[in-house]
Structure formats: C-alpha cells, structure tokens
Design a protein around this ligand. Structure first.
Ligand code: SF4
Length: 283
C-alpha cells in the first residue's frame, strides 16, 4: 500500500481542501524540504500510483494533480465561433427567448460524464439583459438539488457581494462553466469543461454583459482559454468575447478564508468602475 492509499479519509479530504486553498490563492509551485531518501522513494510511489477505486472516497485524488504547476495550457478545444458583431447582437426584447433556445439545445444533456451524477442541470439565473454577469465553476449540492446556481452558503455570500455593489441578484446574470455537479464537488476535468463551456459562451453572446466577473481559477481558466495562477489575473481588466472580464476569488474560497474578502472587494470595485457604479451609501 502506498502512502496516499494509507491516508485516512479525513486526512485525504483535508489534503484536498488544502491544495485547493493554495490553488485558489494562486500558489501553484511547491518546494520540498530535503528529507531522507527512503521517504522520498515512498512519496514518489504514492503520487505515481493511482489509488484503487475502493480507496476513493467522495473526492478522488488524481495521481497527477489537475492543477499542474508547470502547465499553463489547457487541452485544445474546438475553435469557438467569434462573438456576434454589435449589429447582429440579439435585441434586448429577444434575449430571454434566445437563452431558452440554448437551454432547449442542451436538453437532457449527456454530452459529458458529469450527466450521470446530476440531479438537476443548472443552466443560469438572473436578468437576460444584465449589465453584469458572474461565472462560477459548477453546481454544488444545493445547486444540484434546486437547479439554480449559487443558492447555498457560497451563493448567500455572492448575494452579499452583489448587494455591496449596489445591485441585487435579479439585476445580474449568473452561470457556471459546467452545468452539472462534479462528484464530490471536485474541479471539472478539462474534457468536461471544454464540452460544456461552448454553451456558456453562447449565453454570454446573448446577454452581452458590459462586464463579466470570473469567480475563481476554473472560471478564469475557461473564459480566458489559458490556465494561470489567480494572483496574476486579478487586478486588471481582460477582454473575452468583446466583453470586459474581471477575475476574483470564488465565494466558497472566501468562506474558507474570510481575510481575502478585502481583496475580492477590490476586484469588485474594478467591475463597478467599469460599470460606472458607486457603492450604496450606508447612511
Ligand atoms: S456538464 Fe454540461 S456538457 Fe456535461 S452533461 Fe452537463 S450540461 Fe452536458
């Protein structure tokens, strides 16, 4: 039995959470202190040999972590159609119907493996004519149960973030990179995200928000088409499909580390500046 296989489930879950914590923080390179050679051999075996299915709990540890430090690319996907020119944009009055067509195209989707574990497909929520759109990673347990994005604890925090901007949830549009819950809330695999994200791009093309906010590294990766540490993407305005994109932390990460809320607020203020919004007065 390898070292990874011998970890008790609680330790494995804690290890997964810690790696995700660092990934969300933008830390992707790790260094080992010198250790004795016998332990190095044991550790090498632990990461090179995948655990048997019977040893896998809710969230399997991949033998090759999906967020690989040196790899800044994601597997190639089919070329995306260019976003529509402004002149051919869907008129505001037709956007709800255009989004409904995308939903009907998805149907009872079985295009990627995530379909097998879902309860409800989570398409989107909010105003089809929103000026501001949030993109997250994928549904969690609450979202899978209700068929709506960001309705659990992270969703409550997102609602608070939206309120801090002087808006309410009904005024924005919210969607995810993948529309079905990954098992154990793991990060979507590249083939899953690349299969589902064209539908997200179609939604963006219909809504044509003035500003997009990517919530977390996975959303930023698949919106920008390149994997980079979150720290290098925050604090500036990107361009995606003719729309300005701001990158910030995922609310679930902010629940784990509330100290970063100040940083997230700085990101949201960039979005507000781009939208010409002022924060609501507290008086
Ligand atoms: S995640 Fe997307 S592509 Fe995969 S089954 Fe669900 S809707 Fe289809």
């Amino acid at each position: 039995m390898t070292l990874a296989q011998s970890l008790d489930p609680a330790t494995r879950q804690a290890l997964i959470a810690r790696v995700r914590f660092y990934r969300d923080l933008g830390l992707t390179e790790f260094y080992r202190r010198p250790v004795d050679s016998a332990l190095l051999v044991q550790l090498a075996g632990a990461w090179e040999t995948p655990p048997p299915p019977s040893a896998v709990q809710d969230e399997p540890i991949s033998p090759q972590p999906s967020f690989f430090p040196e790899d800044h690319s994601i597997p190639p996907r089919k070329p995306m159609p260019a976003p529509p020119a402004v002149a051919s944009a869907v008129p505001a009055a037709d956007r709800a119907a255009a989004l409904q067509l995308i939903r009907e195209d998805l149907g009872d989707c079985t295009r990627c493996p995530l379909h097998s574990g879902r309860n409800k497909l989570v398409f989107a929520d909010g105003d089809p004519n929103a000026r501001l759109m949030f993109v997250g990673e994928g549904p969690g347990a609450d979202e899978d149960a209700q068929g709506l994005p960001f309705v659990g604890r992270a969703g409550q925090l997102l609602n608070n973030m939206i309120a801090a901007m002087g808006l309410n949830r009904e005024q924005v549009y919210i969607a995810n990179v993948v529309k079905c819950r990954p098992p154990g809330n793991r990060t979507p695999e590249p083939d899953e995200a690349n299969t589902c994200s064209p539908f997200l791009f179609r939604q963006i093309d219909v809504v044509r928000p003035e500003v997009l906010v990517a919530l977390g590294a996975t959303a930023a990766t698949y919106l920008l088409g390149q994997r980079q540490p979150l720290a290098g993407l925050r604090g500036r305005v990107h361009s995606v499909r003719g729309t300005r994109l701001i990158v910030t932390y995922h609310p679930a990460y902010l629940l784990r580390d509330p100290r970063q809320k100040k940083e997230a607020w700085a990101d949201l203020q960039i979005a507000m500046r781009e939208l010409g919004l002022k924060p609501p007065s507290r008086g």
